[in-house]
Design a protein around this ligand. Structure first.
Ligand code: ADP
Ligand code: MP5
Length: 506
């Protein structure tokens, strides 16, 4: 290995670089929430190119640390030199160091390479309370502080570095921050995460005149969540990245803090672990659906199918009265068979429903299907000569619904269920409207059937089914939403085919 580093050969100012090259020197958290894993996500989420030299391996998850292994420091040296021999490092973030030997190794490398931006997160104890730095290494860590541009201790770490009790209010924390900043000659980021209250302030503190004033506070609302695993790691890595672009700590914190707050606010969607879960680094890349947006998209997707339905001989014949009785009877018989299957599928939606209101709605829908089925037999099919065997379209449509119900996804099942409500309600309203407009003649052969279409209860149930599907889409993952679209599209095709089946199979 050569002893000259890339940055001593090319000491180009890296400030303003569009994609900062940021190195994390930190421990590994295999559960992905803290350490180098969090740093790499944080650097990428903030527009940087992330690199990582591993100081220590931990065995941990969201509930705590079960083991720490610090490999020989010679190998850390090899990692660091492999990077700086080849790559210009715009910023360094330092996290868990583990023991004195590691601290000394990092110090040697920093003194040789002198990266333009150094952020040091003095990791000592994990959120879970487990030690990540040997007690004997605390003095060594203090000697590393002056080599950093920004130090980001949490309140327990700030107190330990000063040898004082932990601050229990913001004013005391800022006071401690000032003393540490004066002692080290650099900037301290005092973090309010460990204090109670609805606000969660952070402050940059520097007593040498680097900032516009000694204390620059950036406030933000506190997010009510347990998912705070790796917030400190994520913040310091993001600050290192933003600082390369801005060259201004205040501008960097103004940019990073709202990002981290949103990462905390949306952390629930990750569903990682049973303890203090990780934050959602890439929340800004997700398209957040607004209420009604997904339903509107489904309706646009259904439009060609709806046009196809209005063009069918069956619908035209039902409206004009020219529909052969044999085809109408076939349709009614298939409808009764379909409703029996649909009832089972709605019951399954009730079983998967996340709320009692939804459970009740689908259970009621399931019961009503059976009531309509028996009414069809009693009032409409009695006296008609209709085929009682399940037709091919009925079979395929019900099988499709049963497959969706077996998928186990409530959202996908609802997407499969919805066209039967929505398209049927739409077509029914259209046919009824046209019937009334034409004079609502009782002479019309299908007058009773067309009059039954104007059912306000069914229209209300349809609106409710649309809302539940829309809400389920908002809670679903992108992959699940794609499956929803597919399930919905197939049901729309089956709706069309169902209206066309009498012509082909009666
Ligand atoms: N509940 C919360 N809501 C909003 N921001 C928070 C919350 N908890 C921590 N933060 C922010 O996360 C960052 C890390 O803070 P802190 O929890 O104090 O440090 P650490 O993770 O090192 O223990 C800070 O910017 C802090 O303001
Ligand atoms: C490898 C490693 N580095 C740092 C932390 C601290 O993170 P936090 O205090 O947010 O749990 C951690 N738990 N693990």
């Amino acid at each position: 290995m050569t002893s000259t580093s890339y940055s001593t050969v090319y000491p180009l100012a890296s400030r303003g670089r569009r994609i900062p090259r940021v190195l994390s020197i930190a421990g590994s958290d295999p559960s992905g929430g803290a350490g180098i894993q969090a740093d790499l996500k944080s650097i990428a989420a903030n527009g940087g190119y992330g690199m990582a030299a591993v100081t220590a391996l931990t065995a941990q998850n969201t509930r705590g640390v079960t083991g720490v292994h610090v490999p020989p420091v010679e190998f850390l040296r090899q990692q660091l030199e492999a990077i700086s021999d080849d790559i210009a490092v715009d910023a360094v973030k330092i996290g868990m160091l583990g023991d004195t030997a590691v601290i000394d190794e990092v110090r040697r490398w920093l003194e040789k390479v002198r990266p333009a931006v150094v952020v040091l997160d003095p990791v000592m104890v994990a959120t879970s309370g487990d030690r990540l730095l040997r007690e004997s290494a605390e003095t060594a860590l203090r000697t590393l502080l002056p080599l950093a541009d920004l130090i980001t201790p949490n309140l327990p770490e700030l107190a330990m570095l000063l040898g004082e009790p932990e601050a229990s209010d913001w004013a005391t924390a800022l006071d401690q921050g000032k003393r540490l900043a004066a002692e080290c000659g650099n900037t301290v980021l005092v973090k309010g995460g460990h204090l109670p209250g609805t606000e969660c302030p952070d402050a940059l503190v520097n007593t040498t005149g680097l900032l516009r004033q000694d204390v620059v506070e950036v406030t933000g609302a506190r997010v009510h969540t347990r998912n705070s695993h790796g917030t400190g790691c994520s913040l310091s890595a993001a600050m290192a990245t933003a600082q390369v672009r801005h060259g201004d700590w205040e501008a960097s914190l103004q940019e990073v803090k709202p990002w981290l707050q949103q990462a905390l606010a949306t952390s629930g969607s990750l569903e990682v672990g049973a303890g203090n879960g990780p934050v959602n680094h890439f929340h800004h890349q997700e398209h957040v659906l607004t209420p009604g947006e997904y339903a509107a998209q489904l309706w646009r997707d259904a439009s060609p199918e709806l046009q196809a339905i209005y063009g069918l001989d069956f619908i035209r014949g039902l409206q004009s009265g020219d529909l052969p009785e044999r085809e109408f009877a076939y349709y009614l018989a298939q409808d009764a068979l379909y409703l029996n299957g649909y009832s089972r599928v709605l019951a399954r939606a009730g079983a998967l429903a996340p709320t009692e209101a939804e459970q009740l709605f689908w259970a009621r829908g399931s019961q009503q299907c059976l009531e309509v089925e028996s009414e069809l037999h009693r009032n409409w099919l009695a006296g008609r000569n209709a085929e009682a065997a399940t037709g091919p379209v009925t079979k395929s449509y019900v099988d499709h619904l049963l497959a969706a119900s077996a998928s186990g996804s409530y959202a996908v099942l609802l997407a499969a269920i919805l066209p039967c409500y929505w398209l049927y309600a739409e077509v029914g309203q259209q046919l009824h409207g046209a019937y009334v407009e034409a004079g609502a003649s009782l002479e019309h052969p299908y007058a009773d059937w067309l009059r039954a279409y104007a059912d306000e209860d069914f229209a209300a149930a349809t609106r409710q089914a649309i809302d539940f599907t829309d809400a389920a889409a908002r809670a679903a993952s992108p992959a699940e939403r794609a499956a929803m679209g597919e399930a919905f599209a197939w049901s729309c095709r089956y709706e069309t085919a169902f209206f066309d089946a009498p012509r082909l199979h009666a």
